[in-house]
Write a protein that binds this ligand. Structure first.
Ligand code: ADP
Ligand code: MG
Length: 350
């Protein structure tokens, strides 16, 4: 596998659209790396620059330690899987898989052997002679993946390859894809706009907004310690409360005065307090030093494995979740004491 290094990438379309704005990024060899961000934030543009299909206005691209910025696509050991499978529906699975090998002039015997191997690998061995047009969406997506893998690129780029699939199949392929990547030890650069997908699959995630990288880190770090309000919201956090003023361990927020983790350094910056719904405890005995707030249950959402409550605290809406493990459910209208440990409160920049 190859490492990837991007330095100072800029890309504009026309006069007004800045697709990438000074992107610096290092991706390790053998890493499952995900570009995460809303539609139009520049994910596909970044992939296309890696593939050599798009030329940056400024900046350099190194793959495997080599400067490939001016090298054409077919001379890069990089392959791409797109959201639309781009398979030939009337051709068999075998002919679809062998297509790239044939273009490279590999012998018939080699093509046969490699197709059989890769078809076995993606567990479609029994279907190789079938026309692709007869296969299901999930099977086609696996074939698109196999077709990209068969040429053994050093880097595989995947542009929202699962977003056209329904939830069940998608979850299954998320696991499979991750397993395949680990087994091959190939460098994957995966694109998605779905934060759950990014978290479940990736070694590291880069969150992009408007062509700018907002944060890079392992899923847990990005989720639990988002660097700014954009990242926090994009990772699915709703419980962000304005900070009004702060000393060191204490902050005045729209929820009232709260104690932060005394073990951490707190600069006095404006911003937001992130309160993760799963860190809140309702009506339970908690140790000394926890923050306590008074609230009222406005809505209860029964999710089976967990219960979500929409609470009103100090005139502000707050979400709390609890696991559905032998707990008494709180009813709409109930008054509840909401407790949270200082260590679970996270300060987030604007
Ligand atoms: P994403 O994949 O994150 O949805 P893209 O990289 O496709 O985003 O697009 C980033 C921005 O660049 C968008 O504003 C998009 O409209 C614009 N863009 C992308 N490709 C082109 C193009 N070929 N011509 C003009 N504008 C483009
Ligand atoms: Mg895109």
């Amino acid at each position: 596998p190859s490492s990837i290094e991007l330095k100072g990438l800029h890309k504009r379309f026309g006069k007004d659209t800045v697709a990438l704005d000074d992107v610096d990024l290092t991706i390790e060899a053998g890493e499952f790396f995900t570009l995460l961000g809303p539609s139009g934030c520049g994910k596909t543009t970044l992939l296309r620059i890696l593939a050599g299909l798009e030329e940056p206005d400024a900046g350099r691209v190194w793959i495997g330690g080599e400067d490939l910025t001016d090298i054409p696509p077919h001379k890069r050991s990089v392959n791409t899987v797109f959201q639309s499978y781009a398979l030939f529906p009337h051709l068999s699975v075998r002919d679809n898989l062998a297509f790239g090998l044939r273009m490279r002039g590999e012998s018939k015997a080699d093509r046969r052997r490699k197709v059989d191997e890769v078809a076995e690998f993606i567990q479609l061995g029994s279907l190789v002679e079938r026309p692709v047009g007869q296969l299901s969406g999930g099977q086609r997506q696996r074939i698109a993946l196999a077709r990209a893998l068969i040429c053994e690129p050093n880097v595989l780029l995947l542009d929202e390859p699962l977003s056209a699939l329904d939830a069940g199949l998608r979850g299954q392929l998320q696991v499979e894809l991750q397993r395949i990547q680990k087994r091959l030890g190939m460098t994957f650069v995966f694109v998605t706009h779905d934060q759950d997908e990014a978290m479940v699959m990736s070694d590291r995630i880069a969150v992009l907004d408007a062509g700018i990288i907002q944060q890079v880190g392992p899923p847990r770090e990005v989720y639990e310690h988002p660097r700014n309000a954009f990242v926090a919201r994009f990772m699915g956090h709703d419980n962000l409360f304005a900070i009004r003023a702060s000393g060191d361990d204490w902050v005045d927020t729209e929820l009232g005065r709260l104690r932060l983790d005394p073990a951490e350094q707190h600069e006095s910056q404006d911003g937001w307090l992130l309160v993760r719904p799963e860190t809140l405890e309702l009506n339970t005995e908690v140790p000394e030093g926890y923050n306590r707030l008074q609230g009222r249950v406005m809505e209860r959402l029964y999710r089976g494995s967990r219960i979500e409550y929409r609470l009103e605290v100090e005139g502000v809406t707050m979400m709390a979740t609890s696991s559905n493990l032998g707990q008494r459910l709180h009813d709409v209208g109930d008054k509840v004491t909401v407790s949270v440990c200082p260590e679970d409160l996270v300060r987030v920049a604007s």
